[in-house]
Design a protein around this ligand. Structure first.
Ligand SMILES: Nc1ncnc2c1ncn2[C@@H]1O[C@H](COP(=O)(O)OP(=O)(O)OP(=O)(O)O)[C@@H](O)[C@H]1O
Ligand SMILES: [Mg+2]
Length: 254
């Protein structure tokens, strides 16, 4: 196995030291967790699909000028990314009511929202990732008002772009979660999109049937989770030619 130093072993990904300073290798695992990791399963092939889907979407976003930490996909399960200082906030943007939003505000699932709604959650597993306001974010200095403005502007831009991209392949982008980080270039701090964009953190419904093609299939025991992620990849035109169930890919090393 790899000799690379493991930086962080997360629920869905492992981060390894990258080949150059300031880089990391993001390894996509098949592990699925939900409800603050109370529900767990191995979904064979999920990591391969998320790696592909996230690499594709990050590349498309970079093409329209969205700054991202993504550099390139290395192999079936790994991508090279810029190491960033993660801002401990999950930015969620919702176009249609689903998930926790339906319960919190008693808005039935599937209700289109008149305007997209942005919510913030503090990334803290011990606290169950509580919802927070801009006031909490700036008062606790998780991000400055300027950084938060930047995160919101980027989130809206990503939402507009991805909504259209998915609509083009017969999919409704219901909601999704983003993470951002700081990088320094020539003593200047920049906010970039980090982590991943995949069916693990987006809600994606078939345009005609409303069939769920995302992690809710796992959360709600609907079955065919990996098949649905494959369907998303197939519609994006990036279905891996090779099988999904090959053994763990070695962390790329020279
Ligand atoms: N470019 C990056 N630089 C540094 N850290 C990153 C980068 N992209 C993602 N991360 C962080 O690496 C981890 C990815 O692993 P994973 O998503 O499996 O974590 P997790 O178990 O969901 O934990 P967390 O609650 O921190 O997200 C996350 O903590 C994420 O914030
Ligand atoms: Mg995560």
């Amino acid at each position: 196995m790899s000799r690379r130093r493991r930086i962080y072993d997360g629920k869905a990904k492992t981060m390894f030291e990258g080949p150059e300073p300031g880089t990391l290798i993001q390894y996509f695992k098949d592990d699925a967790t939900a409800f603050n990791a109370q529900k767990r399963e191995i979904l064979s092939g999920k990591g391969v699909l998320n790696n592909r889907i996230s690499a594709y979407l990050m590349t498309k976003l970079a093409e329209i000028g969205v700054p991202t930490a993504f550099m390139r996909r290395l192999n079936m399960r790994e991508q090279l990314v810029r190491e960033v200082e993660i801002i401990p906030i999950e930015v969620v943007i919702r176009n249609i009511s689903a998930g926790s939003f339906t319960k919190r505000f008693a808005v039935p699932e599937g209700t289109p929202l008149e305007r997209s709604v942005i919510e913030y959650f503090y990334k803290k597993d011990e606290l169950g990732d509580p919802m927070v306001s801009e006031e909490h974010i700036t008062a606790f200095k998780w991000a400055t008002p300027h950084e938060l403005d930047e995160m919101v502007a980027l989130t809206v831009r990503v939402n507009d772009f991805l909504t259209g991209l998915f609509l083009g392949i017969g999919i409704k982008l219901v909601d999704f979660k983003l993470e951002f980080g700081r990088i320094w270039i020539d003593d200047e701090m920049h906010i970039v999109l980090a982590d991943e964009i995949s069916p693990d953190n987006c809600r994606l419904w078939d345009l005609k049937t409303n069939e769920k093609l995302d992690k809710d299939r796992f959360r709600q025991d609907l079955g065919n989770v990996v098949e649905s992620y494959s369907e998303v990849a197939r519609r994006l035109g990036i279905m891996p030619e090779e099988g999904l169930n090959e053994g763990p890919t070695l962390v790329s090393g020279e």
